[in-house]
Structure formats: C-alpha cells, structure tokens
Design a protein around this ligand. Structure first.
Ligand code: MN
Length: 255
C-alpha cells in the first residue's frame, strides 16, 4: 500500500482487494494503483534485492530497494507468493497470495450436555495485573509490551533507571522486567535500591551482551531471575509463570 501511494500522483487512486478462495486454499491480497506503471523489461528485476527502478516519481523518494524483495521472501516462507501485472502509464496490480482455509464452524453443544470447556486463554497468566517494564530501547519496549498485553498484563514502562525508582514504589506492580543497561542509573543499582525500598515485586533481570557473571551479579543485587537477550518468548512466559507462582525459576535461566 505504501508503494502504491508512493507511485501514485497527487489525487490519483489506489486500493486493496481481498479475495478468499476456499477451493484453492488461498487468500489473495491485491494492491492496485493507477500510477506510473512498470515497463515489461523491468518486471523480472522487481523482486530482486536493492533494485530501484528509475522511473519518474521514484526519484522523489528514498528507499532501500528491499521492500518487495522482503515481501517476496516472507510470502515464499509462508508457502505463498507474490505476482505483478503492470502497464506503463496505466498502473500496477501486485497480488500477494497466502495459504488459507475456511475456519470450521464451532460445533453446537448437544442439548442437555454441558458445553466443552473453553480453551485456556493466554490472558490467564497476567490476569489484568500490572507489569512494570524498565527498558530504554524502543523496539524492545514494543516487543515486550505486545507480549505482556497478550499474556493478560497491564503494562507500565519506565525508560531509565531513575524513572523506574520513581514508578515502582508508586505503582506496586505484580512483576518488574528490568533491563540492565539503562540511562541515568544502571539496572543493577536500580534493583539494589528497589530492594532497599522494600518493593516486594519479583524482578526479572534482562541483559543484552551477556557477560560471564552477569547472572550472579543480577541475583546478588536482588533480582529473582535472569534471562539474557535475545529472550525467547516461550522462555519469558515460563519464567514469568514461575515468578508469579512464587516458585524459584532456577533452571529456567539457561533457556
Ligand atoms: Mn538498555
């Protein structure tokens, strides 16, 4: 869609068509535009990395030339694909195809029988409790926040050590996820001070560029558990479960 917008002149038109095809087991997303179009000789190069066609409007916009190559790779990895039809001066149609099947209708419970129990909700772990995420990297904030919300937590974010010291006693979170490399006050010092302030929440320390002895340093400072980044979301889930049940998450650290 952003490519279609980019290559469509002011007051032009573009759109998205979505077509589910149960017989073919596919869903097709077609992005169409009435923009500048693509010359036939350029079409074969379109999905190669770092290719930017030198056509009119394209020069006004910076880009890596990776977008379509990435879309193609991702679509292929999902068992789908991408194709294009285009005519210079008339516009283009890019069609992304992905495997799809019609969802089976939920069976009606038979009269007189109790309905089957609902599948366990992922929201169960957090159960609406508050997690305080102490993290300065915006990408990590976004990933961890999404994970925690899906797991049923409310999420508060502190972006540096001083903010964490300010927020943790006020908010009384059920659990604290603590990055160690932080602006203003590093995570180890924050953990020590939180323990001095008798903040009762379990603290899960998360470090990037893990060094030997990091785990010991974090636990000695007062953390209850330690994971090194990149963190697997399965490992994080298991660790949070153990922490919230009051169990020692030892043995989970290496995951
Ligand atoms: Mn950091």
């Amino acid at each position: 869609m952003s490519n279609a917008a980019k290559f469509t002149p002011e007051a032009g038109e573009f759109g998205l068509e979505v077509q589910a095809d149960a017989a073919a087991g596919q869903v097709r997303f077609t992005v169409w535009d009435r923009g500048i179009g693509i010359a036939p000789e350029d079409l074969p190069r379109l999905f190669q990395p770092f290719v930017q066609l030198d056509g009119g409007l394209a020069r006004q916009y910076a880009g890596s030339g990776l977008g379509l190559a990435l879309v193609k790779r991702l679509a292929d990895l999902h068992g789908g694909g991408i194709s294009v039809e285009s005519a210079p001066g008339q516009g283009s149609r890019f069609t992304l195809t992905l495997p799809w099947s019609e969802p089976a209708p939920a069976p009606e419970p038979a009269a007189g029988l109790p309905a089957a129990p609902a599948p366990a909700r992922r929201g169960l772990l957090g159960a609406g409790r508050l997690a305080l995420l102490v993290e300065d990297n915006e990408t990590n904030i976004s990933v961890f926040t999404d994970f925690l919300r899906v797991a049923g937590f409310q999420v508060a974010v502190a972006r540096d050590g001083v903010e964490a010291l300010d927020l943790a006693p006020q908010l009384a979170p059920a659990v604290i996820l603590m990055d160690i490399q932080l602006p203003r006050l590093n995570g180890l010092e924050v953990i020590r001070q939180l323990r001095r302030l008798a903040v009762p929440a379990p603290i899960l320390a998360l470090t990037a560029l893990a060094m030997p002895g990091d785990q010991e340093r974090c636990l000695a400072a007062g953390a209850n558990a330690y994971l090194s980044k990149p963190v697997s979301l399965g490992g994080l889930q298991a660790c949070l479960e153990a922490l919230l049940q009051g169990a020692s998450p030892e043995g989970l650290e290496a995951r």
